[in-house]
Design a protein around this ligand. Structure first.
Ligand SMILES: Cc1cc2nc3c(=O)[nH]c(=O)nc-3n(C[C@H](O)[C@H](O)[C@H](O)COP(=O)(O)OP(=O)(O)OC[C@H]3O[C@@H](n4cnc5c(N)ncnc54)[C@H](O)[C@@H]3O)c2cc1C
Length: 477
């Protein structure tokens, strides 16, 4: 029997159920499709494409070391897979399920193509520990609030532990296909993504697992406190790997739980860390159940919120020259590395939506292009959380003050000094509010808005929407 395994966001050999299924065949050809529509899409940016290409190179090396190969195709996945099925006469195509609206549309077309070619398709759960249909309320509904979701998720894990699986033995690839159909793995320049110089993490499964081991051997013990300190290596930085499935969520959860069992001092941190992985699955479930959140607010009433139109303010935010040091340092870190610390993502998102009063969708789009870990569900969830428009979001009246956030989470200012060289020599007392200095640095901008004023405006706008909703409810009652 001949099988094809379609690698997508599962760029790994270990704990890959779809690959394991395909590997039961006599011949198995693993392939990846560089989707032309995604590559040309306005939401795709250089850091993620560069990291993807590096991960594909690493995967190809791993496959070659096991006597297999990675066929690279380029174009529309359904058309490419139709061609591949025609050329190989494979009877089975496997892939890991993905629940984003785009993936669902694409996969429906691929299923139809396979059916026409007389091939069977097999989809497995490889992106999450539990999919949206597996974590339900007592009445079978979807959760809208994180804590009960997490409790149900944990109960399910207790009942059905999901141990990660080893990499399968791979049968030989289907011969005489690669030269005819495949393309060489392109460079970022060839794909038009040569401009970025962001320092990216080392690609590949080995790198992901050693990062996990390193995190669990040390930083996890202080995770509950250090996870909010951007100047420290307090978090795992596994998000780019999880984004492309270079490591599985099952492997992460299982290793964290084992670490907690072995070492009591790691128990609290491990538990908190698993909670974060559950947020990832919560947001995936929210998007799967409510595809409309890609365009509109989860809480529909907030679609009526008034936002400012201010391209100059948006540009200043993007470029890290708002005059608020913690915001600017974070945005510059993003530009330089394609990554941003979670606390800072919350601060800059709050600043965009509640200080600049700009639509969260602008920030979401900018982040998605810029982030190496840009993920449709987590990015949308994070933005809607910060803008207070999401499911189980930050309450609208809790608006981050960028100065006190800076003081609280970067008190000594080492993070700000690293990314905003104009402030390097500024005394700690003034670092998060340099405009209060007798002679502020001339090469650093003054704050572009007054936080106190903008906070009042944001509150008024949210309250207007709430009053309108309440009025409509009363009239309807
Ligand atoms: C505005 C905004 C946008 C975001 N956009 C993305 C995005 O595009 N892609 C992305 O992976 N994460 C996103 N996040 C979530 C979070 O910031 C990152 O996952 C985290 O910073 C990654 O760092 P880490 O791997 O060191 O995390 P750790 O603290 O080590 O956490 C482990 C893993 O848990 C998951 N995780 C952690 N926090 C969250 C969270 N709040 N929501 C969902 N998953 C989480 C990630 O997969 C992460 O790798 C966003 C958050 C906000 C506030």
């Amino acid at each position: 029997m001949r099988a094809l395994h379609w690698f997508r966001a599962d760029l790994r050999l270990r704990d890959n159920l779809a690959l394991e299924e395909a590997a039961r065949a006599d011949e198995c050809l693993p392939f990846f499709v560089l989707d032309e529509a995604i590559l040309r899409g306005s939401r795709t940016g250089a850091p993620r494409v560069r990291f993807l290409l590096e991960c594909l190179r690493a995967l190809r090396r791993e496959l070659a070391a096991r006597g297999s190969t990675l066929l690279v195709l380029r174009g529309d996945p359904a058309a490419e897979i139709a061609r591949l099925l025609g050329a190989t006469r494979a009877e089975l195509v496997t892939w890991g399920r993905c629940e984003t609206p785009l993936a669902r549309r694409r996969d429906a077309r691929v299923r139809a193509v396979a059916r026409r070619a007389g091939a069977r398709t097999l989809e497995t759960k490889d992106d999450v520990v539990f999919g949206s249909e597996e974590v339900r309320t007592r009445t079978g509904g979807a959760f809208a609030v994180y804590t009960p979701y997490r409790n149900a998720w944990e109960a399910r894990l207790l009942a059905e532990p999901q141990p990660p699986r080893r990499a399968p033995r791979l049968p030989p690839p289907i011969p005489n296909v690669e030269g005819d159909l495949g393309v060489a793995l392109p460079s970022p320049e060839e794909l038009g993504f040569g401009e970025s110089r962001a320092e990216l993490p080392v690609a590949g499964e080995e790198a992901a697992h050693s990062r996990l081991e390193r995190f669990l051997s040390k930083a996890v013990r202080s995770y509950t406190t250090d996870r909010d300190m951007p100047a420290r290596e307090g978090t795992s930085r596994l998000s780019p790997y999880l984004r492309f499935g270079v490591i599985s969520a099952r492997a992460c959860v299982s290793a964290a739980r084992a670490c907690a069992d072995d070492d009591r001092s790691a128990a609290e941190g491990s538990r908190k860390w698993v909670d974060e992985l559950v947020w990832r699955e919560f947001y995936r479930a929210i998007l799967a159940e409510n595809p409309r959140v890609q365009r509109g607010c989860y809480r529909k009433e907030y679609d009526a919120l008034a936002w400012n139109e201010d391209p100059e303010a948006f540009a200043a935010w993007c470029q890290g020259r708002t005059g608020y040091p913690i915001v600017d340092a974070a945005m510059r870190e993003l530009a330089a590395t394609g990554w941003m610390h979670n606390r800072l993502r919350m601060i800059v998102a709050s600043f965009l939506t509640k200080d600049l009063l700009l639509d969260w969708r602008l920030g979401e789009r900018f982040f998605f292009r810029a982030l190496v870990d840009g993920d449709p569900a987590s990015n949308n969830g994070g933005w809607q959380w910060s803008a207070s428009t999401g499911s189980d979001a930050q309450p609208y009246f809790r608006i981050f003050n960028p100065v006190s956030q800076g003081l609280k989470f970067d008190r000594e200012g080492s993070f700000v000094r690293r990314w905003v060289p104009e402030l390097e020599g500024v005394d700690e007392r003034f670092l998060h509010a340099p405009w209060e200095m007798p002679h502020p640095p001339k090469d650093y901008p003054p704050p572009m808005v007054s936080h106190a004023e903008r906070r009042r405006t944001a509150l008024r706008r949210f309250e207007a929407v709430r009053r309108a909703k309440e009025g409509a409810r009363r009239r309807g009652a």
